[in-house]
Design a protein around this ligand. Sequence first.
Ligand code: ADP
Length: 598
Amino acid sequence: MRILVFNAGSSSLKFGVFDIPRGAGLAQMRQCFKGSFDRFGAGGCEYRAGLDMPKPARAPHTSLEAATLAVPDILAEAGIEDIEAVAHRIAHGGAEFTGATELTAPVLDHIRALTPLAPLHNPANLQAVDVARKVWPDLPQWGVFDTSFHLTNPARATTYAVPKAWRDAGLRRFGFHGTSHKYVAFRAAEELGRDLRDMRVISLHLGNGASACAVAHGQSIDSSMGMTPLEGLVMGTRSGDVDPGLFGYLSRQMGLGIQEIEDALYRDSGLLGLTGSADMRDVEDRAAKGDSDAQLAINIYAYRARKYIGAYAAAMGGLDALIFTGGIGENSPSMRRRICDGLEFMGLKLDHDRNMAVDLVGQAAPQIQAYGTRVNVLVTETAEQAMIAREVAMAMSAPRAEALRIPVAVSARHVHLSRDAVDALFGPGYDLTPDKPLRQKGHWAARERVNLHGPKGTISNVAILGPLRDRTQIEISRTDGFALGLDAPVRHSGVLQGTPTVRLQGPAGQYDSDGLIIAARHIHMNSKDAQQMGLTDGDSVSISLATTGRGLTFGDVLIRVSDNAFTEMHIDTDEANAAGISGAVEGELSGEAILRAT
Ligand code: ADP
């Protein structure tokens, strides 16, 4: 499949054409064209084209629109034909767009309505869509959203502590650069030969815009940009974190209006506000020549980034890898060094020579940590366009016409016990009594029960599911967590690192065990069904209960394939209550929202 990707910024247009063989991973994708326009002015703009992006030439276009209109001729001249879809990077997708979405008229209306949340970015993205629709009226147009990856952030990360009426009006944190953070996190895991689902990663995207993202077990759990792309790190022209009290102060003391203050925070702040230049290369050159403003700006920039690393390591309960990307992250060894300085206490230290010798040719992702240190530090180019092309290709090639139906089962709270736990709770060598068989072959509910004790309360009569496991795992709902007074993370079965400890009580004694989780929703899938549905282990899908209960759709449902599985989706009691379902229910697997295991 051949896809043209547009990445229209507020002052630049980048585009690329990608060939994606069906079912291919990132590594098998081929980029067959690359171009960019920027520095628009009365006399035209700078233009680069070709895979090796040679030195910029001049082009006559004075606006983004004119440059976009020139793209068809450029592609024709390069002999690029048979494009099957146009994919657009869209900055703000709100809470609705969880993945690649076809840009139909209602979808575009929705994106337009989100413009106040990304005033610099969404209008530029929409303009590119308008032009592309004029130029290629017969091609499908798709959007991939910077916000989607962060929609897994928990409420504690997305909620501002402000009046309810404001929150009801939609005020919340979203996060951006999602496609970039997702790509580099997967790329780092691939480079380290590890499963991202077993890792805690921080990604620092340091370009003109800059953000940090905490990726715990494959999911974004927090990100430094907020409701708008203004919060967080110091950027080229944006301030990042400030005290919101400055609005009142500046208005009263300097007579500034809201628009003026906001414009200044977006366009006249950050490196530009601190030094007069938004370009880190200039700032570093000036600092090296002794300019004290530039030196302070570099210190502020690095300090802010370092604070976020500390915060996110704390949020995740540890850190396995730190990734640098974006123009500054990729090209400035001195900034990487400053950001990492002083983090030895958490097992993070750079190797000077490796840091200086970073070479990113051919999608390399070199490691630059000092030998023997615990946290891997990697540098890699972000490949947002490739990721966008891939997500669109996957969405387009997913089965769409006939929705697939999956039975949904509600898992009430239960425990899986280890041999040690059974010995402690029921007596040494005790054998649990299988009572009811479960639908997954070989699995059963035991006649015996246990009680759970937490700092706030007790839950009695909790089911035990067999057979025994190597590690005790306790699966509860968020509501149960409040009853116990314990904050259980949402995890996939078996991913128990850093989970809280709870006390189990049986007739013969007590057993304190970690492994307390809220089970992430998942689908057990028989290999034959998976093959028929075109799914593989690790894919994520959306399951819609549109015609049942309260009409909910569950996104990000993990597919777990095994030969003997009975195909069935498992959700917990809170999810079932939210969906308003009880008894036997089937959900529809929507082919448009399949996210492939990378
Ligand atoms: P965008 O967010 O617009 O895609 P980039 O990712 O291209 O931006 O990053 C632009 C930033 O990267 C600029 O501040 C630029 O100065 C900085 N940069 C590029 N090369 C270097 C370098 N060699 N050293 C320091 N900073 C650099």
